[in-house]
Design a protein around this ligand. Structure first.
Ligand SMILES: Nc1ncnc2c1ncn2[C@@H]1O[C@H](COP(=O)(O)OP(=O)(O)OP(=O)(O)O)[C@@H](O)[C@H]1O
Ligand SMILES: [Mg+2]
Length: 156
């Protein structure tokens, strides 16, 4: 097992949009993106640009209250989760995480709320905010994911 890390600084929300689109372009069925970061870090913003890039959805609300929002693409469904309000990790089973993690693409805000249920092989994305700057740390333990990421960022 490897521990690959890539740090990307986004100085503006436009940079975050470009990054989200670049990552959306390498997403595959079964990918789980665990989005870590404090309130207002930019998890929903990243997810919104990611989803907007792959679907024709006009409205991409934050799943703060619904806990999950789903979208369709020609290749896979997208499950956008916000686990902040869960009282126990097990409540996530009612949100179809088993199906989502296996056969869709999942974007998970507040993944620490379901730590024991997260797959080992995932994309860990940690967002750190200062003013309008965001530092994104992308991490994976999978050789295959590392290669997908490196191929996509060859010129950076
Ligand atoms: N470079 C940037 N990248 C992303 N968002 C930015 C950036 N600069 C400013 N912002 C703003 O930061 C805010 C991020 O809010 P967002 O709802 O995405 O946070 P969140 O991490 O989902 O919070 P929550 O934990 O409440 O769900 C938005 O208002 C967005 O416009
Ligand atoms: Mg959010």
């Amino acid at each position: 097992m490897i521990n690959y890390q890539k740090k990307i600084t986004c100085l503006t929300e436009q940079d975050t949009k470009a990054l989200a689109e670049k990552i959306a372009d390498i997403a595959q069925k079964g990918d789980v993106f665990a989005l870590y970061g404090t309130l207002g870090a930019g998890k929903s913003t990243f997810a919104r640009y990611f989803i907007q890039h792959l679907t024709s959805a006009q409205d991409i609300p934050s799943p703060t209250f619904t806990l999950v929002q789903t979208y369709e693409t020609s290749l896979f469904d997208i499950y956008h989760y916000d686990m902040y309000r869960l009282k126990s990790p097990e409540e996530a089973y009612e949100l179809d995480i088993e199906d989502a993690f296996y056969s869709a693409v999942s974007l998970v805000e507040w993944p620490e709320k379901i730590s024991p249920l997260l797959p080992k092989d995932l994309w860990k994305i940690s967002i750190e905010a200062t003013g309008n700057n965001r530092i994104f740390v992308l991490e994976t333990t999978s050789q295959e994911k590392k290669q997908r990421l490196e191929r996509q960022f060859l010129n950076e």
